[in-house]
Design a protein around this ligand. Sequence first.
Ligand code: HEC
Ligand code: HEC
Length: 330
Amino acid sequence: MGRGRAGGLGALLVGTIAAGSALGAQSTRPPFAVPTWAFPTAPAATAPAPKPDSVVLRRVPRSTRTYTMRQVSNGFDIPDWFPQSHPPMPASVQYGVPPNARGCGYCHLPDGQGRPENGTLAGLPAEYTIRQVAAFRNGTRLAANPASPTNSMHTLAKAVADSDVVTAARYFEHLALTRRNRVVEVARVPKTRIEGMLFAYGDPGTEPLDGRLIEVPETFERHELRDPGVPYISYVPVGSIARGRSLATRGPAGAATSCAACHGPDLLGKDQVPPIAGRAPSNILRQLINFRTGARSDSASASMWPVVERLTVRDMVALAAYVGSRKPTR
Ligand code: HEC
Ligand code: HEC
């Protein structure tokens, strides 16, 4: 790999573009229906949300800090439960600029661990982060389900100053993803409800998993408090991890498409190709779908099109389960 791979990547990229755009090439691909459950979206509120409470002091495990819900919900001076877990944040991460450029750490958390609905920034190459924000801004990075509120990132990308993106990207690049996912293979899943852009445990009892990947925070309250330490659990169909390992290793469309060929040994990233090991499985799944439908259509994403071209939803769930369950660090 190394230098050689860069050439291979370029060749693949050119090859794909020569064969037509992502959408143009679709005619020769098997049909693909976007599974809407992969983009959980709560129905729009009918009444304005009540003002967050500004009296009760909340806590999360292992932090000595306290915040009210009002403070937790302030995207322009974000809560930081574990200040010792990361270097001082640049202003773009902690404060942002009102009214539309909230601090990156509000959604992606101060240590960049992110939440399944927005994704991890810790350890992403700065150049990659900068390119993604540009793609959100210019509309070449969309979501395969247009109802999905990933719009928050589009609003932000249009509002944020370029220099703030650069300082944020450099800050997150040097942080490590430490959260470990629990991926659990089941036939039946605890009942869930949708909160915002995320599944949460719902009524008591279980229901058939039915081929889905359902990722939930262990407790929704800690997720709401933006606790970077809350564990997330992904329920996947029985056999997914082994199936994902086999697809990832041999490559869905031959050896050149094995995940490690570009994402590096242990899938921890290589040059500008982002690390994927240990990232939120539901987010990995959405990105595979976004590449598959051409919703991610910026030129750098062309390397991923041949990889996903023939994948079924079942394959993608398996890959997300396997990749998400890998160790995020050496
Ligand atoms: C209001 C919430 C919010 C804020 C604030 C926010 N983001 Fe995001 N971000 C999102 C969401 C939602 C996504 C997922 C979009 C998708 O995958 O379609 C996302 C995705 C991303 C991604 C893609 C990650 C990947 O692995 O592909 C990058 C990079 C990113 N954001 C950078 C930033 C930077 C830099 C800032 C601060 C300047 C920032 N974000 C602030 C909500 C936010
Ligand atoms: C030919 C090279 C290549 C191969 C093979 C490849 N990838 Fe990628 N992958 C990339 C590149 C380049 C990107 C960044 C795309 C961009 O900049 O938009 C990427 C991005 C991704 C992302 C999005 C990450 C994020 O932060 O949003 C996921 C998920 C992913 N790849 C999964 C996989 C899986 C799973 C496999 C194996 C089945 C795989 N990739 C094989 C080159 C490759």
